[in-house]
Design a protein around this ligand. Sequence first.
Ligand code: NAD
Length: 463
Amino acid sequence: MSTKTIINPSTNTKLNTITYTTIENCEIMIQNAKEAQRLWKAQTLKSRSQIIYNYRNKLIENKERLATVIHQENGKTINEAIAEVDKSIEVCEFACSLPQLCSGETQEVSRGVYCQERLDPQGVVAQITPFNFPMMVAHWTLPISICLGNAVLLKPSEKVPLTMIECLALWKNAGLPKDVLQLVHGEKEIVQTLCTHNDIKAVSFVGSTPIAKEVYKLSSQHLKPALCLGGAKNHLIALPDCNIEMTAKDVVASMSGCAGQRCMAASLLIVVGENEPLITRLTEVASELKTGCDIGAIINESSQKRIEEYITNAETQGATIRLDGRQNRPEKGSFVGPTILDHVSPDMPAATDEIFGPILSIIRVKTVEEAIQIENQSRYGNGASVYTQNGADADFIAEKLEAGMVGINIGVPVPREPFAFGGWHDSKFGVGDITGKSSIHFWTKTKKITKKWSATNKSNWMS
Ligand code: NAD
């Protein structure tokens, strides 16, 4: 049996060890899930939502403890970890409203003949999650899919499995029947087992674009619905009339939060016109952040090295380093401080690749059209924002941006429940979004029941 050592990236010391799930055990877990799901779906939606309600309360009671585990295994700050628990609670609250949203439709379609639509769960489903949000990403899908009557095999990132082990205990305390939620641990092999198994009826995935594509293709080849969210490169456009103080603070918060390891982080700032005061101010704001205190750790040493290489290469290729995150950081642990690269050109890797660190690349352009063109050329399409005080300009640009989530004077334009989360292009493969009302259809199948009880009603050609 293989095991994996879990490392605290803030200290690079060992936290724990987990054992990977074998293929044989995974098979047993799938069969147990099938039986558990048969009984779980037999409960009403209202009664299932009560368990989600209990679980939401457990999350509130255990918020600090969960945030500590997230902080330890992922390296993000405690405040960022608390925000992650808060977002998980919000999705649970949305799931508690499903009995109100899923009442189903009925209509008398011919005299005495009724059509009824009901939503049935998919069955046993698999969910695969990334390292950067050990709790929140799993909670985009768990409360909704479980409330709708599915049983779930969740595979957390092998880098951060401890938070979900804590959450599983809380689901049990909340009254979730055994085997409705199970955790599997491992990497490629176990994910492939889930994507190809006949008894897994739907797959959701959140992670990098190359793996999202692989998982999407494999699941689709095995004829199951799949929704796979990938990486990102988010463009923020600052127009000449933007509010300098608000824009500077907002852009820095977006690029540095979670040490830039989030799919909605600001990665590229396109400054339209000469706006030296904005660039100077945001450099000042970023330089006030203390790495290791205001900015958490990078997930591991190899990611830290990869990010540092982007900084070195950008400088070699002609960018100016306005702020260098390779300096003034803690000696222990994996850290990169906030970094600002100015005079980046649109074809440099710093402008096109997902770096996944607290690095902001600045491209200077003369016109709004150039700014839009650069954003539109990106292979990704998760988030994008525009900073301006002119509503007409904001509306014009928001319409032109090729991203699933657009902000106007917002650095991290994540929609809150009941609005759905999901990008476009190489940031998402599959139909629909992962949260909000859109997700209901992914985790269910619609059954259409047509019925007639009266033997005397005159029927028409359709009945
Ligand atoms: P990753 O793709 O390396 O891993 C994600 C999951 O896939 C993990 O559970 C991992 O064990 C599994 N995995 C790894 N290799 C695999 C393979 N060959 N076959 C099958 N499964 C495999 O991603 P990560 O490094 O954990 O997370 C960071 C990435 O996730 C970034 O690209 C980020 O943008 C993305 N992300 C996207 C969103 C979004 O909403 N679009 C949200 C969070 C993170």
